[in-house]
Write a protein that binds this ligand. Structure first.
Ligand code: DGJ
Length: 678
């Protein structure tokens, strides 16, 4: 609900209140747990500043515009006939669309108009973005989505996810001190160095307690989030498209729309933050779909050597153990025998598939599985027919040797001829073959951008390709991947059904990655494969590998041709179990009971929306002789209901308060529990 009293706007949704006043500019009054609207005028906080400093209230702008008078980090910096700009409030508009409400505030200056948009979702998430429309020719030097302020002088800690290849989404948390913390992407791909979200919490907040304010940007290119704590003690998050090598020119009447920053607030720690975001992302961001299929992917088994006979052998084993989707990864096209050649030549390699793809697809379908395939449309190997024919299609700066990464260049997908080529290639592939799943990869950063606009235009071109795919091939599900987990964020998830979190499939390392991933992104989008034990790692049992991978969307990546009959039977049992539990895991509520960061035991629990069923996975890293561990306390069950666990009945309150003993004693041992209301 949005209420407006004079110049004060009060946005209420779920259990939160968000309020600001509009004089000339908009200034934040409050963001947090629900408050009485009648109390808004009483919220002014006593400030103190010397006569040398500006009023501390000036620090609390909803969208600071660089004007040379304000010293907090601005959202907008515009070069027009004047260097600085002052805005005046014009009007506001309220709209309702089903369960969501939208408020648009309009401001005016001599050079441009500004619209601030607030989209209010029922569970308390607010989407914020802005639209700048030129009145005279202007150049945007910075155009962020929003500035969001913590309550006045709130001390806080900051939590965010950092990473690199094979170590994505590692959580980091520390007290926020005076100064600016910058999280960002500068390589054209949104990750994995940082993931575009941040949470600020009161000191000592944890999984189940403490106030948490959080923000996530939906953008698949260069982004930045600056968390600024001023010397006066006010903290705000300024977020949007990175102004690193950014410029955008607007002619009169032309507009620039920023991506959306989603913000939310939890009264009860990080667990509740995740619950809010998971349900929001499922209901409002992800394309509508059902349960994720159990997939088999050939990458770790055969790498580039994908030959029809071996793929058939793998498919036969995959079907035997219960997989529902068979995905052929990199290597099926052109002269793609390694990462050195062939990328861009999207015709089937006839040495590997003498009878085309349809031979394998027919076989896969006859086994009762769907078929999926890997593509990397945004890149090209210099050693390819495509590059030899169209070298100018790769990003390049005249006179500069373009930089190769993984022996490849990036295609300038903003060129209409490249878009047409890619649509032709994808259209042919999907029309001629019974394919229901595309893994869309991107294995290098963007470089050699000849103008700063190209960074943003690349993202726009990517979204338009994905939108076209949805429209033309609505039955094809998309998985995003970028050299592992470089494209895990809300912009991609608006088109993709799932994403690939990391090339690191070690089941223990994955517990950390999965903990970071699920802070904001729902479990059903997080693909996890059972693979072989990595080189130099202590062997993890097949049970342990399955339990870790069953924490998300289950896939198999191991070379099944090398599995013994006994191992295949273990796989069959776990996959059948996963299919029974899948609605609870993929659509239930996630509770992170024990964090891998905090000790040698990790545990996660999934509770069905009706609280009738739950599944728990627990993992012991290593045992130290004689160490005894307390029972594992569950969460989210009905206190007064009775639940059966392994044939014994407990009350919900016993399971949540006293807990249940797991008896995990061996190194890298795991347990899976099914809990059902009786
Ligand atoms: C990187 C991905 O993360 C892998 O899963 C695999 O698809 C390779 N690319 C293929 O080149």
């Amino acid at each position: 609900m949005i209420t407006i009293q004079g110049h004060t706007f009060h946005l209420q949704a779920g259990d939160i209140s968000y309020a600001f006043t509009v004089d000339k500019a908009a200034r934040n009054l409050y963001w947090g747990g629900a408050i009485g609207g009648e109390d808004l005028p009483k919220l002014a906080v006593e400030g103190f500043h010397s006569s040398f400093d500006p009023d501390t209230n000036a620090e609390r702008g909803e969208y600071p515009v660089w004007n040379g008078h304000d010293f907090t980090l601005p959202c907008l910096k515009v070069q027009g006939t004047q260097r600085v700009h002052f805005l005046t409030y014009q009007s506001h508009e309220l709209e309702k669309d089903g369960k969501t409400e939208r408020l648009t505030l309009r401001f005016d200056s001599a050079a441009f108009t500004l619209a601030l948009v607030y989209q209010l979702y029922p569970n308390g998430i607010i989407g914020r973005n802005s639209v700048i429309t030129a009145k005279e020719p202007i150049q945007l030097e910075k155009a962020f989505s929003a500035s969001v302020n913590l309550p006045c002088y709130q001390e806080c800690e900051v939590r965010y996810a950092v990473g690199k290849w094979a170590r994505e989404n590692q959580l980091q948390q520390h007290p926020m001190s005076t100064g600016i913390l910058t999280l960002q992407a500068k390589r054209g791909i949104p990750g994995p160095q940082y993931n575009p979200w941040v949470a600020l919490c009161e000191k000592d907040a944890g999984e189940t307690h403490g106030r948490v304010w959080f923000a996530a940007l939906a953008y698949s290119g260069n982004w930045a989030m600056h968390i600024e704590k001023t010397e006066q003690g006010n903290t705000h998050i300024v977020a949007g498209v990175n102004d690193f090598d950014f410029a955008w020119a607007l002619q009169p009447q032309q507009s620039y729309t920023t991506p959306v920053l989603y913000i939310g607030f939890s009264q009860d720690g990080y667990g509740a933050m995740s619950h809010l975001m998971h349900s929001f992302v499922r209901e409002h961001i992800l394309p509508p779909r059902g349960l994720r299929r159990v997939l088999y992917n050939s990458w770790e088994a055969t790498a580039f050597d994908v030959r029809v006979e071996e793929q058939k052998r793998l498919a036969q084993k995959a079907a035997q153990i219960g997989c529902e989707l068979f995905v052929v990864d990199d290597g099926w096209f052109g002269q793609r025998h390694s990462d050195k050649a062939g990328l861009g030549d999207w015709y089937v390699n006839r040495e590997k598939f003498p009878n085309g793809l349809s031979d394998l697809i027919r076989y896969v379908k006859s086994l009762g599985m769907d078929f999926g395939i890997w593509v990397e449309p945004e890149a090209v190997n210099p050693d390819s027919d495509l590059y030899r024919t169209h070298p100018q299609w790769a990003y390049h700066i005249p006179g500069v040797e373009p930089m190769q990464a993984r022996n490849q260049l990036s295609l300038n997908i903003t060129l209409p001829e490249v878009q047409a080529y890619l649509k032709g290639m994808l259209g042919k592939l999907l029309r001629e073959n019974d394919i229901t799943f595309l893994k869309w990869d991107m294995n290098r950063p963007l470089t050699d951008m000849d103008s700063p606009e190209l960074w943003s235009k690349h993202v726009q071109a990517l979204y338009s390709l994905w939108a076209w795919l949805h429209q033309e091939f609505p039955h094809v599900e998309l998985e995003t991947c970028s050299g592992g987990g470089g494209r895990v964020e809300l912009g991609s998830l608006a088109y993709a059904y799932q994403s690939w979190p990391s090339d690191n499939t070690d089941p223990y390392d994955r517990l950390f990655i999965q903990e970071g991933y699920t802070q904001l992104y729902p479990v059903d989008t997080m693909m996890c494969w059972v693979t072989e034990s990595g080189e130099g790692r202590a062997p993890r049992s097949l049970d342990y590998r399955f339990c870790s991978a069953m924490c998300g969307g289950l896939g198999i990546g191991a070379n099944l041709s090398k599995f013994t009959q006994e191992e295949l039977e273990v796989c069959t049992r776990w996959i059948a179990q996963y299919k029974r539990w899948r609605p609870i895991i993929q659509q239930g509520v996630l509770y992170r009971l024990l964090s891998p960061i905090q000790g040698d035991m990790t545990a996660v629990q999934y509770v069905s929306q009706d609280r009738h069923e739950a599944v728990v996975f627990a993992f012991l890293r290593g045992q130290t002789y004689g160490t005894l561990r307390p029972p594992l306390r569950l969460q989210g069950l009905d206190a007064d209901a009775e639940y059966a666990v392994n044939g014994t009945v407990y009350s919900g309150k016993t399971l949540c308060n006293a807990g249940i003993s797991l008896a995990l004693r061996r190194d890298f041992q795991s347990a899976a529990l099914y809990i059902e209301k009786v």
